[in-house]
Design a protein. Structure first.
Length: 73
């Protein structure tokens, strides 16, 4: 079986974009900076196993509390 380097590169780029979107979505719920979480997810997905490990770390992280408790009148 012959692998084309262009096809492998395109698959890695598509995988990085998909992982970046998924990490951004999870980052909105679980971090203070979702854009940074998405960029880190996309960057680490260049090596697919690192992207998957980062995704698992985001999944296991607890959600942040977005409601403000200072407005209790």
């Amino acid at each position: 079986m012959d692998f084309n380097a262009t096809l492998v590169g395109q698959l890695i780029i598509v995988f990085a974009l998909v992982m970046g979107c998924i990490c951004y979505y999870l980052g909105r719920r679980k971090t203070q900076s979702p854009v940074l979480a998405g960029l880190i997810g996309a960057g680490l997905s260049i090596v697919p196993i690192l992207g998957v490990v980062y995704l698992v770390v985001l999944l296991l992280k607890k959600d942040i509390n977005t409601t403000s408790s200072a407005v209790n009148i």
